[in-house]
Design a protein around this ligand. Structure first.
Ligand code: R5P
Length: 327
C-alpha cells in the first residue's frame, strides 16, 4: 500500500498530485520517502477532467499537491475534482497543498461590481471537501482567513535568504521593496540578513490595465549599494524590471532579485534578462519551463520545505517551528 504509516501504525500519510507540476511532486515524494499514489487523470474531448486513484485511501491523511500554473483554471479544477474523489473514497483528512495560491492577487474589491476571486477559491476548496490548506508565501497573509479550516502558511524566505547571503557582500546591501505594500516583507528580509537598510519603489498602477505598473523613484539610500529586490511573485516581469531600472538610475552598484513564485508569463524572460539585474532568484513553486529560463535565472527547490511541513502536520507537530516561531 502506497504511503507512510505513523510509528504506532494508526495513521497513513498519502501524497497525491495533479498533472500541473510533476517534477515538484516527484521531489516532494522523494523528500518524504514515499511514492505518489498511483492516479489516472485525463481530459475528455470537451475539456472535462476525469480522475481516479489506483489504491484505497480509506482512513488516510491525504495531501493533494497541485501547482497553479497555466492553464491555471484547468489545474485548479483538477485539484477540486481530486478532493471530491478523495472525500467520496473516505479519506480521513484532505489537505490541499497549493505551493502558489492562484487568484491570490484578487483579494479585495478595488471598484464596484468586481469579484473577490481569492475568497471564492477558498470557498470552492471547502465545498469540495478540503479540511486543511497549505501554501507558500500568500500574496497577503490575511488570505488565511478566507478558508475556514487550518491554513499552514509556509515561508520561502529562509530558503531565499540563505542563498542570497552567499551571493552578496552583506555589509553593503539595501533591501528594496518593489512597492509600498510589501515593505513589511522587506523589513523581515532586512532583519534576517542582519539589520540592513530598507528602501522602496514608489510605484503607480492603472487598475484598468492588468500587469502594467510604473516605477517612479526609489525612496531610501541605494547609491553605491547592492540592492536585494524582494517580491512574492514575478508575473510578466514589468514590476521588477521597472524597479531594477530605478534602482540602477539611483546609483545602485548592482541588483539581485529574489521572488518566491516565478509565474514568468511572457515577456518576463526577455524583460528580466535585459533589465540589468545581476541575478534573478525564484523557487519552483511553479514549473519553470525552458522557454521561461534565461542566463541570470536561479531556481531553488521548494520541495524540502513542503515535505517538512507535511511531515509536521501528519505528526501533529509544529509548522511554526520551521520558521523560528514566525508564521
Ligand atoms: C503585486 O502586487 C505583486 O506583488 C507583483 O509585484 C506583481 O503582481 C507582479 O506582476 P508583473 O510581474 O506582471 O509586474
Amino acid at each position: 500500500m502506497t504511503g507512510i504509516m505513523s510509528p504506532d501504525g494508526t495513521k497513513r500519510l498519502v501524497l497525491v498530485s495533479g498533472r500541473a507540476h510533476p517534477e515538484l511532486a516527484a521531489s516532494v515524494a522523494q523528500e518524504l520517502g514515499t511514492d505518489l499514489l498511483p492516479t489516472s487523470a485525463y481530459d475528455f474531448a470537451n475539456g472535462e477532467i476525469y480522475v481516479r486513484f489506483g489504491e484505497s485511501v480509506r482512513g488516510a491523511d491525504v495531501y493533494v499537491l497541485q501547482s497553479h500554473t497555466a492553464p491555471i483554471n484547468q489545474w485548479i479544477m483538477e485539484q477540486m475534482i481530486m478532493v471530491d474523489a478523495l472525500k467520496r473514497a473516505s479519506a480521513k483528512t484532505i489537505t490541499v497543498v497549493l505551493p502558489f495560491y492562484g487568484y491570490a492577487r484578487q483579494d479585495k474589491k478595488h471598484k464596484g461590481r468586481e469579484p473577490i476571486s481569492a475568497r471564492l477559491l477558498a470557498d470552492m476548496y471547502e465545498v469540495a471537501g478540503a479540511d486543511r490548506m497549505m501554501s507558500v508565501d500568500l500574496h497577503t497573509a490575511q488570505l488565511q482567513g478566507f478558508f475556514n479550516g487550518p491554513v499552514d502558511h509556509l515561508w520561502a524566505m529562509p530558503l531565499l535568504t540563505d542563498y542570497v547571503r552567499t551571493r552578496v557582500d552583506l555589509s553593503n546591501v539595501t533591501v528594496v521593496s518593489p512597492d509600498a505594500g510589501r515593505i513589511k516583507v522587506a523589513e523581515k528580509w532586512a532583519a534576517k540578513l542582519g539589520g540592513n537598510p530598507l528602501a522602496f519603489v514608489h510605484k503607480t498602477r492603472d487598475i484598468n490595465k492588468p500587469n502594467q505598473s510604473i516605477a517612479n523613484r526609489v525612496v531610501g539610500d541605494v547609491d553605491g549599494r547592492t540592492c536585494v529586490l524582494v517580491d512574492d511573485l514575478i508575473d510578466t516581469g514589468g514590476t521588477i524590471a521597472e524597479a531594477v531600472r530605478v534602482c540602477l538610475e539611483s546609483g545602485a552598484k548592482d541588483v539581485i532579485v529574489a521572488a518566491t513564485h516565478g509565474v514568468l508569463s511572457d515577456p518576463a524572460a526577455r524583460r528580466l534578462s535585459e533589465c540589468g539585474a545581476r541575478e534573478v532568484v525564484v523557487t519552483d513553486t511553479l514549473p519553470i519551463t525552458a522557454d521561461k529560463r534565461f542566463d541570470q535565472l536561479t531556481v531553488l527547490s521548494i520541495a524540502p520545505l513542503l515535505a517538512r511541513a507535511i511531515e509536521e502536520v501528519f505528526a501533529d507537530g509544529s509548522v511554526t517551528s520551521l520558521f523560528d516561531g514566525n508564521s
